[in-house]
Design a protein around this ligand. Structure first.
Ligand SMILES: NC(=O)c1ccc[n+]([C@@H]2O[C@H](COP(=O)([O-])OP(=O)(O)OC[C@H]3O[C@@H](n4cnc5c(N)ncnc54)[C@H](OP(=O)(O)O)[C@@H]3O)[C@@H](O)[C@H]2O)c1
Length: 290
């Protein structure tokens, strides 16, 4: 099985490349400078040349706050880029693995009691920020396409050893700080990049298609997550619980963005408890987590 990884310089793309190297699988990794997924001609030329069995699209416009002002740029990558990938995969008969986000859901506080196990794949979407809208537009490209050999995998609060993410930010902030303010009114569960890659492979090997959620088990707030990061890595830094209002950001954030992994469990996948995922990540970051 030969893989083409797009967005290979990003957090998830790097994890995919790491995995494929470890497993000695055949792949071509394309970063944004090798393959701009908004360049339709280049996308087609690349698939014709590489002849992948599986295309893993890790390329995305992910700057949530900037997207509020750069609407066209976000839609160009997250919607039109997906059109190019799907059309090229159809033409060259490759399976497409595409990633999306918890931010496609409305995340209103009431949904926390309505969906105690998290949003199922079939729940109504209603993104509340431009990034979420652009990612949902990309999802709809696949849903409406007559090309059907795709997996659309939603992840949330993505964290891993590569790139920047909440865990690495908290570890950095803890250096020389006694206290860090973290919001306690946004709830979800992290997806760990290594788990996302392993479970994506599990679905690929089973030749699954359609929408799946890959995320951690257990509902937490960002403040809970920060406390666990500090305690497991032996940091003395305290978490000051603050509200979203006390931490204004340009783009609105959902209060609730827990993804149900029931569909994955029904395929006999073991779901990773978020705190075990954090242990693994801290180990990979070579932090003493005793
Ligand atoms: N990070 C999260 O918390 C999170 C949460 C939920 C879902 N997701 C989704 O998970 C997926 C992976 O996210 P990530 O955290 O790995 O993002 P990331 O670290 O920002 O990586 C995205 C990569 O895409 C590349 N890229 C941007 N525009 C491109 C283009 N036109 N053509 C080719 N490559 C392009 C970027 O390259 P440059 O840096 O050179 O621009 C970057 O290397 C995305 O679909 C994202 O929407 C992420």
């Amino acid at each position: 099985m030969k893989f083409l990884i797009t967005g290979a310089g990003g957090q998830l793309g790097k994890e995919w490349v790491y995995y494929l190297q470890q497993k000695n699988l055949q792949y071509v990794a394309s970063s944004s400078s090798d393959l701009d997924i908004t360049n339709r001609t280049l996308v087609f030329e690349t698939l014709e040349k590489v002849k992948p069995d599986v295309v893993v699209n890790c390329a995305a416009y992910t700057r949530v706050d900037d997207a509020e002002d750069q609407i066209e740029a976000a839609f160009l990558v997250n919607r039109d880029g997906v059109t190019n990938m799907a059309d090229a995969c159809k033409k060259f008969q490759a399976k497409l693995i595409h990633y999306s986000t918890d931010y496609v859901f409305p995340g209103v506080p009431g949904d926390k009691s309505k969906f105690p196990d998290g949003y199922p794949e079939s729940a109504d979407t209603k993104p509340i920020n431009v990034y979420g809208q652009s990612k949902r537009a990309g999802e709809m490209i696949l849903e409406k396409s007559d090309f059907t050999d795709w997996l659309l995998i939603r992840v949330a609060w993505l964290c891993g050893p590569f790139g920047s993410n909440f865990v690495k930010t908290m570890l950095r902030l803890s250096e020389g700080r006694d206290e860090v303010g973290v919001v306690n009114d946004q709830f979800g569960s992290p997806s760990f990049s290594f788990d996302v890659v392993e479970k994506s492979m599990f679905l690929i090997r089973k030749n699954e298609t359609g929408i799946f959620h890959i995320s951690g088990k257990g509902l937490i707030s960002w403040a809970d997550f920060a406390e666990a990061i500090f305690s497991k890595s032996g940091k003395k830094t305290a978490v000051k619980q603050i509200t979203s209002k006390q931490f204004p950001q340009k783009a609105k954030r959902p209060h609730f963005s827990y993804l149900s992994t029931m569909k994955l469990q029904q395929k006999n996948a073991d779901i990773l408890e978020w705190n075990y995922g954090l242990d693994t990540l801290l180990t990979r970051l070579k932090i003493d987590n005793t």
